[in-house]
Design a protein around this ligand. Sequence first.
Ligand code: ATP
Ligand code: MG
Ligand code: MG
Length: 306
Amino acid sequence: MIYTITLNPAIDKIKYLEGNLKQEQNNRVEKNFIDLGGKATHVSAILQQLNQENIALGFAGDMNKEEFYRVLELYEIKHEYIEVRNESVRESIVVINNSGGSYMITEKGPIISKLDKKKLSHILEDKVKGGDIIVIAGSPPPTYSLQDFRELIKILKRNSVYIACDVAGEYLKAALEEKVDFVKPNEHELNVLYPGEEEIYEKFMKLSERVKNAVCSLGSEGAMYMTKDAIYQVKPPKVDILSDTGAGDSFVGGYIYGVSQNYSTRDCVKQGIIVSASKVQHYGSCKIDLNQFNYIENNIEILEVR
Ligand code: ATP
Ligand code: MG
Ligand code: MG
């Protein structure tokens, strides 16, 4: 089974304004759009659209859980969230000006008690078996400490599962120290991990020495991975971009689909590229169209860059 863990999911509320946002004035909304937030939920949505069974786990504040569950149902995601009493799932408000440009207003997320943390550990101890794949993505809420995060990985490591971790900053460092199986920083996250002046390839080599499977995603330039002999860049073709929100998560969804099918590393990366290059052609944060896959696959370029 594949489990995704989103420690701090969100309901994204996107509001397209009739005009541009102004102070002390009524800013009327032209159209509204509700979407799924929190990174590993996106991975679940992608896997679901690829017909790959999975279960979404994490914490959901019980005050607005019905609304959150309805958004999960839009993507037919199966879920077993720990419901946190008297707290809410984060709402992220995105205000988009008529002339383009946007404002984001985000919340910190629920206060997670010790008991709720234990509940998640118990669910994982109960359910997860050797051979399962676990995807942890997105930053935890502030009350979920770095130590809690390490404990979570340690519990998973007790069973021989494949742990994929798409997190940034201190959490990425911790994930590497706890020896997860896969990480996918983007260029910025890799530069934060290794702030020196060296080339991005040097930094990627350092990262690849520390983890079994590393990919660095490069936005429209695709992604790179390393073998014993070389670093390869897998580039998507030029496509019409509607939104890159969730592009990285879609990449992870595609890559993990490949892992679940025992694809080679190259084919896992290719699958990540295919899925994410489809995603950017849609407004929804985890919407893809399987009819776009053939074109993307046939026009992928693979370059040996080092
Ligand atoms: P996120 O903000 O979702 O966390 P990220 O910064 O982690 O994203 P990116 O490196 O921006 O991830 O993008 C992930 C993948 O999405 C890329 O490897 C690429 O395949 C695809 N992608 C992103 N932008 C474009 C684009 N403009 N054209 C084609 N593909 C794109
Ligand atoms: Mg990016
Ligand atoms: Mg990302």
